[in-house]
Design a protein. Structure first.
Length: 382
């Protein structure tokens, strides 16, 4: 579910976008794609599962994307912010997909590594991309990833950076290194993510390892360091998206977090900061996927086409402040005084220097994945 404590700040921010939202005109190609997008019965409901704080909400004078999509297309949409942790969500959907039963969801937004697993299991439908003309707006460097080389099963939603989030008043100083999270002065007020690749990726980078080609041997010092921090009480707990609540409540001084989340939470708590560690940050992508047996393919195509319109994608980007997969978003943000500063945000539009500091976690075989997950779980659940 959405995090109520952060919504007021987001709404205040989005009020500044009201004029833009009210005055936008849909492009002809978008209108054509939306017409007749129902399933024929007129009673279909598109259902999407995703993470919290991942879209622009309704605000006074500025309806959010879900409301605008319903208005512009006439399609019923149930937008579920019901993902906290990827593995927890996978455990929920696995029994049905393994039994060949369809889920209620027509689209799911999940990390690319989980997309690769679901493709391998044969639990996804090919996306109806022939009905998504705005796929031409996909930024080239995200097209045809190695785990989906023909772009059959996935379409990027947003990308982002795992790094250090902290409250400057609680820490009493700026943080810049992963080592700062292990400062005894912060004991019991630090958290790490349940996303193994983000937590382990940051620790391995700090240990001088190449995470683009992760090996079991190279990970052992980082596993040991994380385990000791948990035993010592340095790490308060391991979290999914719920670390946001702890940051706002003051339960955490610092944590491993995600760039866009902190950009939004700052609107509620201006003492929060996000930094890419000196040793580097972890770059990741979440993608839209269609589970096997999904019933509302045309509605799903209409949604994907709609959010890949640069004007709409820019509104989403202005709210979530992640890295948009859509060409033209930066130009749209730069046009409007309310969002022009975001066009220069290096966390949303990494320049060459920032790109050199960002690293993607490389692939693991099925057997390696199981071994890494078992070791990570022995720490996080211990």
């Amino acid at each position: 579910m959405p995090l109520p404590s952060s919504q007021s700040g987001r709404r205040l921010f989005l009020q500044r976008l009201a004029a833009t939202a009210a005055g936008a005109v849909l492009a002809p190609t978008l209108l054509q794609a939306c017409k007749g997008s129902g399933n024929g019965s007129g009673s279909g409901e598109l259902v999407i599962s995703t993470f919290p704080l991942y879209i622009d909400p309704d605000a006074p004078g500025a309806p959010g994307s879900v409301s605008r999509f319903r208005r512009d297309t006439g399609i019923q949409l149930r937008y579920l912010e019901d993902l906290n942790d990827t593995r927890q969500f996978f455990a929920r959907i696995r029994p049905q997909l393994a039994a060949g039963r369809p889920l209620v969801q027509d689209l799911m937004v999940l990390p690319s590594w989980m997309a690769q697993r679901l493709i391998g299991l044969g639990w996804l439908e090919p996306l109806p991309l022939a009905q998504v003309p705005n796929i031409r707006n996909l930024v080239p460097y995200l097209a045809n990833p190695p785990w989906d080389p023909q772009q059959r099963y996935s379409l990027p939603w947003q990308s982002g950076i795992a790094g250090i989030a902290y409250n400057i008043k609680a820490t009493g100083r700026e943080l810049a290194r992963i080592d700062d999270l292990f400062d005894p002065a912060l004991r019991g007020r630090v958290s790490a993510l349940l996303e193994m690749r983000d937590t382990m990726g940051l620790l391995m980078l700090a240990d001088g390892q190449d995470i683009s080609q992760p090996t079991w041997a190279a990970a052992q010092p980082s596993f040991a360091r994380l385990e000791q921090a948990r035993k010592d009480g340095q790490i308060r707990r391991f979290t999914g998206n719920d670390y946001q609540n702890d940051l706002l409540a003051g339960n955490l001084a610092a944590c491993i977090g995600w760039s866009g989340d902190v950009a939004q939470l700052v609107l509620e708590q201006p003492d929060l900061r996000f930094v890419v560690p000196e040793s580097g940050g972890v770059l990741w992508s979440d993608v839209m996927l269609m589970p096997k047996g999904a019933q509302h393919r045309r509605e799903a195509a209409a949604w994907m086409n709609w959010v890949y319109e640069p004007v709409e994608a820019a509104r989403i980007a202005a709210a979530v402040q992640y890295i948009s997969p859509v060409v033209g978003v930066r130009q749209q943000l730069a046009k409007d005084p309310a969002t022009a500063a975001l066009a220069a945000n290096e966390l949303m539009f990494p320049d060459a220097a920032m790109q050199q500091r960002l690293h993607s976690f490389g692939p693991l075989s099925e057997s390696e994945e199981a071994r890494w997950e078992e070791r990570f779980a022995s720490i996080t659940e211990g």
